[in-house]
Design a binder for this molecule. Structure first.
Ligand code: SF4
Ligand code: SF4
Length: 374
């Protein structure tokens, strides 16, 4: 069995500190990931390190991995320490319930599998069949399927695909969580099981590509599913292709100042920065403005890394609050995102700051959906 040092290549670290220097969470919590990488070398210290509350502050944004000159993934040390806690059974009840829900119902939101496809009600949706070849096989995501706030992402996608005459199919309610949050919460065994089950299930379909609506599913499938036979794309990539082929057009106008927030899982982890911007630029009347901290330097919203189920102990300003204040300073009327978690965290901050009258947070598919209807 590999030691901690071997598993995370700790000897490759030169203690340059770029990981901690780039970590957005350091301004909010006492997280010093370089120190963890340094201390985890001593196997006798691991148990003590795993007890430190800071290991749960990491949002798995991957900035540290992007910045590390030695190609290490410092966040994985923190996740490895979380795994020790998960294996000891001493996790927070919220985390325990989310993990159990994934095991029993295929989603972390404690919802019944039988209701996973309820979002399709009233829509003309083509359902995937393993015997019928399809170009675009859609994977919805647990959050979009169950959370009424972001369901419109999937619903508008169906309307758009029907209108554009695209060959597509959505998975039935057998679709199961990709494991993104399970992995970052440290439940290694459950994640391995998910990879095996989802690979077997998805490989049954004859699709040219799998299209994910959430960047979390996109990155997880691309990075952690080595035996998946079908290539995976994010929906913004598909829509830009459709746009360039002349298959998409908007009826209405949206004369608003829009700023785009790069979701960490789509940008820093997936390398997709241009496609969401191209979609926003295609909106008639819209003016796209940019955050100073954008693309590889984008600020994290703190929604990833299992943080939806872990309360932060820090009383300092939330990064999502900072982001919304930055947007207000830019005069943005819409903060556009391409991730369901970013919608939830940023909208919560926008409401908390009392900016509802002058600003809105919207997933790109929400905006495009409105333009189809007008
Ligand atoms: S950036 Fe990489 S090499 Fe530098 S301290 Fe962090 S883990 Fe070590
Ligand atoms: S993944 Fe993000 S939050 Fe976690 S240690 Fe790295 S930079 Fe910090």
């Amino acid at each position: 069995m590999q030691t901690f040092t071997e598993k995370y290549d700790l000897l490759g670290c030169i203690q340059c500190g770029r990981c901690t220097g780039g970590c957005p969470v350091t301004v909010r919590a006492d997280l010093n990931v370089r120190q963890f990488v340094n201390d985890a070398y001593d196997e006798d210290k691991l148990e003590e390190l795993a007890k430190l509350a800071e290991i749960w502050d990491c949002t798995a944004c991957h900035t540290c991995a992007v910045r590390c000159p030695k190609g290490l993934k410092p966040l994985e040390v923190l996740i490895g320490l979380r795994t020790m806690i998960v294996e000891s059974g001493k996790v927070e009840p919220t985390v325990r319930d989310a993990l159990q829900s994934v095991l029993l119902e295929g989603n972390p939101w404690e919802k019944s599998r039988a209701t996973r496809s309820d979002w399709m009600e009233g829509l003309d949706v083509r359902i995937a069949d393993p015997d019928e070849p399809v170009e675009n096989l859609f994977f919805v995501c647990c959050t979009i399927a169950y959370d009424p706030r972001v369901r419109a992402v999937a619903q508008n996608m169906v309307k758009l695909l029907n209108k554009a005459g695209v060959d597509y199919a959505f998975l039935p309610e057998d679709e199961s969580c990709c494991g993104s949050e399970v992995l970052t919460l440290g439940e290694e065994g459950l994640f391995e099981m998910q990879v095996e089950d989802n690979t077997e299930y998805l490989n049954e379909f004859k699709a040219e590509r799998i299209v994910t609506l959430s960047p979390h599913c996109f990155t997880t499938y691309k990075t952690h599913y080595p035996d998946l036979k079908t290539p995976v794309v994010h929906y913004t990539q598909l829509l830009v292709d459709l746009l360039n082929d002349g298959k998409l057009s908007w009826k209405g106008e949206l004369p608003k100042k829009i700023v785009y927030h790069d979701p960490c899982y789509l940008g820093k982890q997936g390398g997709i920065y241009d496609e969401p911007r191209e979609l926003l630029k295609s909106i008639p009347g819209a003016e796209l403005v940019e955050f100073e901290r954008r693309r590889e330097r984008s600020l994290c919203c703190e929604g990833g890394g299992g943080k939806m189920w872990v309360e932060s102990e820090s009383k300092k300003e939330r990064l999502s609050d900072t982001r919304i204040k930055d947007a207000k300073e830019l005069g943005a009327e819409i903060v556009a995102v391409a991730c369901p978690f970013c919608v939830l965290t940023l909208e919560d901050s926008m409401k908390g700051l009392g900016y509802e009258e002058e600003m809105r947070v919207a997933e790109i598919m929400e905006l495009l959906g409105e333009l189809m209807e007008t």
